[in-house]
Structures are given as C-alpha cells and as structure tokens.
Design a protein around this ligand. Structure first.
Ligand SMILES: [Zn+2]
Ligand SMILES: [Zn+2]
Length: 339
C-alpha cells in the first residue's frame, strides 16, 4: 500500500509499504478521506516540540473496515470514522472519563500509530464509530474537528445568556462559533485577519464578523456585545495578540478558553485577568461522547462542514496539498486528501 510519509519538515515521500495486519482489539481501515489539521501544519513546519518527522500524519478521517483483528466485532466494508485518541485506561483521568487528559495518551497519526495519509491505517477497535448513511465520507472526515468544537462549546456556562466571541475563523474557530450558535448562545461573533475566512463564516450563518487587521476590534466588540463585552471568548489562534485581546475584551468575571495551540510561551495580561476576575482555561481534544454529539449536530443540519472544505488532493499530491494549505491561507479552510 502507499503511505505519505513526512520525512523532514516540508518534505514528503509517498512510499510503498506493507499493509498492516490487525491484532486483537485492532482494525485496519481503508481510508477514503483524511483532513489536514492545523496541528499537522505545525508538525509539517517542524514546530511541534514532541512530534517530529519521520511521521505519517492524518487523524481526521473516514473510510471502511478492510480487516478486523481476532474477536473484533466489525464487518469488512462497514463505513466508519475513528476516535483517534488512544488513552491508557488506567490513570486517574481515564478512570474519571477524561481520556483527553491522559498523560500516556497515544494518537493515531501523531503518537504511536501511523496516520491516515495512507491507503490503509491501523487503529484500535475501541475507537471505531459507525458513519451514518446520511453522511458522506467527506462529512465523516470533518467529525473530528466538529467534536473538538463541541468539546470547547460545551464548556460555555449558561450558554443561553452568553455572548460568545471567537478569535480565529479557521476550521476550529468556525466550528466553535457554529456549535455555540447551535447551543443557543445569545450572540456569536468571530474575528480573523483574512477576509476569505470571514466570508466562509458568514456562509455558514455566523453573521457578525470583524477583520481585526483592518477594523477596530474593541469598538466592534462593544457594538456587538455591549460595553462590557462577551461573557465568553475562545482564542482559536493562540498568538500573543489574540491572548491579549481575549483577556481584554471579555466581560469581567467571564471566561477565556484557549483552543488554539501556541507554538511557545506567550505573555498573558495578568493584571487585567486579576482585576477582571476573569478565568482562563485550556481546551484539549475531546472525549468519545463529543464525537457522538458532533455526528448529531451535523446530521441535524445545525453545523455545516461542507463549505469549509476548500480543496481535495490525491495521496500522490500530499506535498501540494500541504503547500496549498500553507500558501493559500485566505481560501484554504480545510484541505482534504483522498488516498
Ligand atoms: Zn485535528
Ligand atoms: Zn490514562
């Protein structure tokens, strides 16, 4: 089978390798569609402190069961998506139903398992989830980012009363805004520095948008949420500028959630955090229930993912796909690979 291996930063090799054979509690999935994640781009640039090439990435994917290991209840041909987080099952976090906090976690396409930028991928059978008939394989590959957004938006306290500001209109920011809206937030607004991303946000029903490179964000936020600002802000960018904006623009007593992955340590305006009694917390991945909730939201038409998929490439074009995702940031929200 063919597999797209990142051999060094910015350099892929599509190599021929043996098709994996599933052991007990494992399946092999014939990959249909796999999305490129923002975290894959960090690895591509060599900016991830832990995950370095050589690596086969790809953790947002759909496909069909090609083979099931001994005793695994999965039918060949069954359409599936995979919950890619593989937790230890034994630590205090796993015991408490928080596998996303497991310190020993492995991850399909990142840690311990080759990913889905390949014709076939080996995965633990515990992560198999059926892809409903009403969803295409393309829809299926978007469930992972929707689950991330569902996990994030699920943290909004008293959502019906909450004004929700989202910084960053890439895939995750867009989806967090959509899920917050689906959960009945009183108002949702989104910012980005690229007009193309804001256009996509409006196309999926997030009408209040602001280009923070061109407009006065502070004035816009006051106009949208009232002079005190939003109750909740999600920073889906995680740059020094957005962390500062998030703390300063959020209502006193409100919540700032860090969703984007910072590439290093960032300054946080602690005096404002202190005076405002503002809470700052991280959001990381998802639990399996977030996948079920994501499927429910997409099936119900409450979250739209198709307008987010900007381009699709074959596996042989994986280098071009990543270059496109990096160079065409304005248009490229989600880039998919179909092995
Ligand atoms: Zn992802
Ligand atoms: Zn654990």
């Amino acid at each position: 089978m063919r597999q797209g291996l990142l051999v060094a930063p910015h350099s892929f090799a599509v190599r021929e390798t043996d098709r994996p054979i599933p052991g007990p509690d494992e399946v092999v999935v014939a990959v249909d569609t796999a999305g490129i994640c923002g975290s894959d781009l960090h690895i591509y640039h060599g900016e991830n402190p832990v995950i370095r090439p050589p690596v086969v990435m790809g953790h947002e994917f759909s496909g069909s069961i090609a083979a099931a290991g001994p005793g695994v209840d999965a039918q060949p041909g069954q359409r599936v998506i995979i919950y890619p987080l593989v937790a230890c099952g034994k630590c205090v976090y796993c015991q408490a139903g928080q596998p996303n906090r497991c310190p020993d976690m492995r991850f399909v396409g990142a840690i311990g398992y080759d990913g889905a930028f390949a014709e076939y991928v080996l995965a633990p059978s515990a992560g198999v989830m059926a892809l409903p008939d009403a969803l295409s394989f393309g829809d299926g590959a978007m469930i992972e980012p929707v689950a991330f957004a569902t996990h994030a938006a699920g943290k909004i306290p008293d959502v019906a009363r909450a004004g929700v500001l989202v910084l960053g209109a890439g895939t995750i920011g867009n989806l967090v805004a959509q899920v917050a809206k689906a959960y009945g937030a009183r108002h949702v607004g989104i910012t980005d520095v690229l007009d193309g991303k804001l256009r996509t946000a409006r196309a999926v029903g997030i009408e209040a948008t602001c280009n923070s490179a061109k407009e006065d964000v502070e004035a816009w936020v006051k106009e949208q949420f009232g002079p005190a600002g939003p109750e909740v802000t999600f920073d889906c960018v995680a740059l020094a500028t957005t962390v500062k904006q998030a703390v300063r623009l959020t209502r006193r007593g409100g919540n700032v959630f860090l969703v984007g992955v910072p590439t290093g340590e960032l300054p946080v305006p602690l005096v404002e955090l202190l005076i405002g009694e503002t809470s700052l917390s991280g959001v990381y991945c998802y639990v399996p229930g977030d996948f079920h909730e994501a499927i429910r939201l997409v099936l119900a038409g409450k979250v739209h993912t198709r307008p987010l998929v900007s381009a699709t490439f074959g596996l042989d074009e994986i280098g071009e796909a990543f270059a496109y995702a990096v160079d065409r940031k304005n248009e490229a929200i989600k880039v998919a690979i179909r092995p």
